[in-house]
Design a protein around this ligand. Structure first.
Ligand SMILES: N[C@@H](CCC(=O)N[C@@H](CS)C(=O)NCC(=O)O)C(=O)O
Length: 215
């Protein structure tokens, strides 16, 4: 059976949420192996590091031994195997729209937000295991990410869907990283009422329950 190597954090949770949206069930469609990334279990496991030299989670290990990493491509792989409900777009134009918003969010928010966290509040955990920027640069990156959260707020406007007129992977990505932010003490930047409404709305989805679970 397919194995999802998972842990705390937004990326494994993004994949788990995507699987819930697809109706895939743990124990029936895949098994999940949990790593304590705070203790660095993933990086101390030689077998894991051989399969994924980056050492990160999530990793999807297929029956034939193929190991897929990077949360977004893993989600696209799952979409190809389980096309319904569609989350990446039905047509070339829809797929381009979903990928456009996901890429913008990934680059403009996810990268500075996570780098800012690693250099700031997460420094004690991350500095011993990877290169992190200075605390000052981290604070600037966090501020940059917040500026882009505001941009996404204004792009959302009155809609609860960023890319298409329905829920897509791009919405899931934004929703996952907002929830990640809340777990590390981040707050929505002032004046982002559209995002607050977006989060309240998607909190009704079954996949949102993941953020209430201890691991
Ligand atoms: N770009 C990767 C990021 C993966 C990543 O940074 N995962 C975090 C958890 S959210 C992790 O494994 N951190 C622990 C570590 O790197 O040791 C993805 O999309 O999956």
């Amino acid at each position: 059976m397919t194995i999802l190597h998972s842990s705390l954090g937004p990326n494994p949770r993004l994949v788990r949420m995507f699987m819930i949206e697809k109706g895939l069930e743990e124990g029936k469609d895949f098994t999940r192996v949990h790593y304590d990334i705070i203790a660095g279990q993933n990086r101390q496991d030689a077998a894991y590091m051989r399969k994924n030299p980056q050492g990160t989670t999530p990793m999807l290990e297929l029956d034939d031994g193929t190991c897929l990493t990077e949360s977004w491509p893993i989600c696209e792989f799952i979409e190809e195997l389980h096309p319904q409900p569609n989350l990446f777009g039905e047509t070339p134009v829809e797929r381009a729209m979903v990928r456009k918003w996901a890429r913008l969010f990934d680059q403009e928010v996810v990268v500075p937000m996570t780098m800012g966290f690693r250099a700031g509040a997460g420094r004690a955990m991350f500095a011993p295991r990877m290169s992190v920027v200075s605390p000052e640069a981290g604070a600037e990156l966090s501020a940059l990410a917040d500026e882009k959260w505001r941009m996404f707020d204004s792009c959302l406007g009155a809609s609860n869907h960023i890319a298409l007129g329905r829920f897509t992977f791009a919405d899931l990505l934004i929703f996952a990283f907002a929830n990640f932010g809340f777990t590390i003490g981040w707050k929505l930047p002032e004046g982002t009422d559209n995002l607050a409404r977006f989060i309240d709305t998607h909190n009704q989805r079954a996949c949102a329950a993941i953020w209430q679970q201890a691991e």
